[in-house]
Design a protein around this ligand. Sequence first.
Ligand SMILES: *Cc1c(COP(=O)(O)O)cnc(C)c1O
Ligand SMILES: [Zn+2]
Length: 403
Amino acid sequence: MRSQPIMHDSIVSKTTSYLSELECSGCGRKFTPDKVHTFCPDCQSPLLARYDLTSVGKHADRDAIRHRQNGLWRWHELLPVRDPQNFVFLGEGDTALLHLPHIGKELGLSNLYVKDESTNPTGSFKARGLAAAVSKAKELGIEKVIIPTAGNAGGAMAAYAARAKIKALIYMPKDTPRANIEESRIAGAEVVLVDGLISDAAGMAGEKARAEGWFDLSTFKEPYRVEGKKIMGYELAEAFNWSLPDVIIYPTGGGTGLVGMWKAFAELEALGWLSNTRRPRMVSVQAEGCAPVVKAFENGASFCDFWTNAHTLASGLRVPKSFADALILHDIRESQGTAVAVNDESILDAQRKLGRMEGIFAAPEGAATLAALEALLKRKWVQPDERIVLFNTGSGLKYLDQF
Ligand SMILES: *Cc1c(COP(=O)(O)O)cnc(C)c1O
Ligand SMILES: [Zn+2]
């Protein structure tokens, strides 16, 4: 390893992270890391991790990182965990970027790709975020974690908490796919099934957390899940030989992946690791039955309204209002991107097409990105030679109850 460890006076062991501070995404207030933080106490916005990128640039070599052991932690300088003994690793990260030749040909697109996150532990990209958050929780001495979830986040949290010997408590709507309930229980988590939506589960989990001191790993209510997810952006840059694709189409629930990748692109630019500074246009995909981001984007709003009566078979997109709505909308606009709603029927069509034509059994959320691409082609929003990346965020195998 070529990187030089930095020493903090409060930490005796060697550190491999260049985390320097936390910054409120709303009011800019700074916080020292290495203490337990949630979100900004002044303005209730998410906190974002900042790194000493000048030192990373000096001591880390982007091309050497490629030769480290596969997975999320080969980017450890840019992740928040200081002591490698706290890396909780189950094989997450370094998923395949697959060219889609057959669907590309049908749609007249020569550079169509899918980043296939279905091969992550617990079958979805939630593994990335929970790997980072649970590892940091372990480092901070947290002993019990709680989460409200539409499904995959709960399963991922349960697995990483089991590995870290941390107690896990999960609140899920009772119509959550069965795979999510069982994978959580098998990993030893306590599961509470809620008669309602994820927002109801969030209310109950929040109360329990305050009453009994559980640490809440809800999307953006702590600063580190987004750090695990941002590594998708680093992997993309590396796969495209340190440039970036033209368009990224991403299914948006809580928005960690979209916000995380946009953060990664800014960090990459600051590090000077990109061969050009052209950034992708970010497309947020939601389901017609729950599209708060699309509605706010179209109305020119800076925040989302709570979406009442949310319904879609893509359970990961059944999020009536994200805690990071302002960040999501800001990043889409800064990227000159857009937001698209697709209906469940077109999601199922796209899911069959990905299976039949390319051999990929996508989660409905992942399939929604192909449905959105077809809508964008009709609007001529994408050009035939552009490099377009769809995100398949999970495995279709986790949703067998939909068939
Ligand atoms: C959670 C989830 C999403 C939404 O992800 P965010 O990054 O929170 O917007 C999309 N797809 C799947 C399969 C999910 O589990
Ligand atoms: Zn603030």
